[in-house]
Ligand binder design. Sequence first.
Ligand SMILES: Nc1ccn([C@@H]2O[C@H](COP(=O)(O)OP(=O)(O)OP(=O)(O)O)[C@@H](O)[C@H]2O)c(=O)n1
Ligand SMILES: C[C@](O)(CO)[C@H](O)COP(=O)(O)O
Length: 388
Amino acid sequence: MRTDVIVVAAGSGQRAGDGIPKQFRTVGGRAVLRRTLEAFLGQPGIRHVLPVIHPDHGAWCAEVMAGLEGVLPPVSGGATRQASVRAGLEALAADPPDVVLIHDAARPFVSARLVADAIAAARLHGAAVPALALVDTIKALTNNDFVGSGPDRNSLRSVQTPQSFRYDLILSAHRARIGTDDLTDDAAVAEAAGHRVAAFPGDPTNTKITTPEDFVTAERNAALELTDVRTATGFDVHAFGPGDHVMLGGIKIPFDQGLSGHSDADVVLHALTDALLGTIGSGDIGHHFPPSDPQWKGAASDVFLAHAVALVRKAGGRVAHLDATVVCEAPKIGPHREAMRERIAAIAEISLARVSVKATTSEKLGFTGRREGIAALASATVRLPWVD
Ligand SMILES: Nc1ccn([C@@H]2O[C@H](COP(=O)(O)OP(=O)(O)OP(=O)(O)O)[C@@H](O)[C@H]2O)c(=O)n1
Ligand SMILES: C[C@](O)(CO)[C@H](O)COP(=O)(O)O
C-alpha cells in the first residue's frame, strides 16, 4: 500500500499575528513547517511527503526546507484550507497513492503513534480522523454575555489531523465540492460526499498552533523534547614558511614567519571546521574544500567555518560551544585570544560566551617545540533535533 502525506501550509496565520506566517516561525529553534515535515519523514510505510504552500511564500519555504531530503517539491495552495488540500490531492494524481494522510503544518507535534494509527485506520475504514473527548462543558452563547444550555459533551469530539483516507475516495469528494470551499476539515468533505468517517484516538499533545499564546505553549513543549547533543573534535597542523604574519582564529597576527598551506593556513579555524563537520558526520574540511581545487588557494578560512555552521543549521542544529587549543612556542597567543574569540563568534553567529580559545606550548618537544609549525585542537558541541 502506497501512503503519501499532504502537509497544508498555505495559510497566512492571521490569528497568530507577528507578520511572518506561523508555519515559518521557529519553535525550539526549528521552523514549525520543518518540524511537521520531519515528523513524517522516515515513518514506516510513508512514500512521499508533499507540502502545499502559498505562492508568495516560496523563499521562506526554501529556507526552512533547506537540506531536508525526501520531501516532494511544494505545490501552490488556494485561498482556503479546503482549496489547498484539493491542490495537494490533484498534485498526487499522476502517481496516486492508495492512502493519503492530510495534515496541518500548524500541528508540529504529531507523534509516530498518531501517524501509524492514521495509516491503519484509513486502510481499515477508508476515512478516519483522530478525535479527542471534550474535557470542558460546552455552552451555547445566548448573546455575548450569557450562556444557555449546551449539547451533551459525551457525544462530541474535538478532531485533529492527520486525517486519513483512501486516496480515490477523498479526491472525488474534494472534486465534488469545487466552488464551495467552506469546510474546515477533510472529514466534512468526505461526509458531504456520503462517506462514513471513523474516529480513532487523538493525541492531546498534537495541538494546532493558532494564537500567539499557542507559541508560548509550543516553546514549553519543545523545551521538554529529547535533544541530540553531539560533541566532535578536530585537529590541524601547518608548517612555518616565509612570511610576516600568521592567521589564527581569523585574526592576523604579525610574526617573523608565515604558515604554509593552500588556503590562509588558519589552523584554528580548520580544526574548528572539522570538529563541527564531525558533529553531523559530514566528512572533513578536505572533503568540502579539496586542496586540489584552485578556488581555495589563499582563501580566508572564515568561509570554511561558516560553511560548516551552515551545514549544522541545515540539519536543524544549533552550535552550543566551540573550543580551540593552539599549540606553539610562538607567537604569543594571549594578547590575541579575545580578538580570536570575537572573530570566531562572529563567523559562527553565536554569542561570545559560546567560544573558548586556549593556548599552550609543547615544552619545546616535538615539531611545535622545535618551532617548525603550529597545531590546533578543537571541539564543537551542537544541539540537533532527535529525528530517528
Ligand atoms: N488557504 C489556506 C488556509 C490554511 N491552510 C493551512 O491549513 C492549516 C490549518 O489552518 P489554520 O490553522 O487556520 O491556518 P491559517 O489559515 O494560516 O491561520 P489563520 O486562520 O489564523 O489565518 C494550516 O497549516 C494552514 O497553513 C492552507 O494550507 N491554505
Ligand atoms: C483541520 C483542523 O485542524 C481539524 O481540527 C481544523 O478544522 C482547522 O481549522 P482552521 O480554522 O482552518 O484552523
